[in-house]
Write a protein that binds this ligand. Structure first.
Ligand SMILES: [Zn+2]
Ligand SMILES: [Zn+2]
Length: 140
């Protein structure tokens, strides 16, 4: 909680209960939910909150770098409370998004420098596949 209140104070942003709820929910899950999923999860505790409010809260949290926005294709945005640079994999069958742990691609930035005159700052890697649950279902 410390980080979010400090960052919001520094940026002169209002720390509304809705923004805190969205942030806390993202800290509590590794499932990379969409805005709709976040809305459904926290709406029971905030009955007056609209989906638009969730979108606005997410936009603000992304702007102050407390939340990472993942564009997994076709305008399908997912959200991650872990803002460190890490690769993701999405199931093409059910749409779930998982972290890929234990492998780093930061050295890719250096490699790519040989092929461009840009200063390479970052990369975002998305892999696509079939998750274990979907594989198991197909095996039946
Ligand atoms: Zn799947
Ligand atoms: Zn992630």
């Amino acid at each position: 909680m410390n980080t979010i209140s400090t960052i919001f104070r520094e940026k002169n942003l209002k720390l509304t209960p809705q923004r805190i709820a969205v942030y806390k929910y993202l800290q509590s899950t590794k499932e990379h939910p969409s805005a709709e999923t976040i809305y459904k999860a926290i709406q029971p505790n905030y009955p007056t909150m609209s989906l638009a409010t969730v979108y606005k809260a997410l936009k603000t949290l992304v702007e102050v770098n407390l939340v990472q926005e993942l564009n997994v294709g076709e305008g399908n945005f997912r959200y991650d409370g872990n803002v460190s640079c890490h690769p993701h994999i999405q199931c093409v069958s059910c749409g779930r998004v998982d972290d890929i742990n234990g492998i780093s691609f930061t050295n890719l930035n250096d490699k790519v420098k040989d092929y461009t005159d840009y200063d390479v700052l970052a990369n975002k890697l998305y892999f696509y596949g079939i998750c274990k649950d979907c594989k198991d279902k197909n095996d039946d």
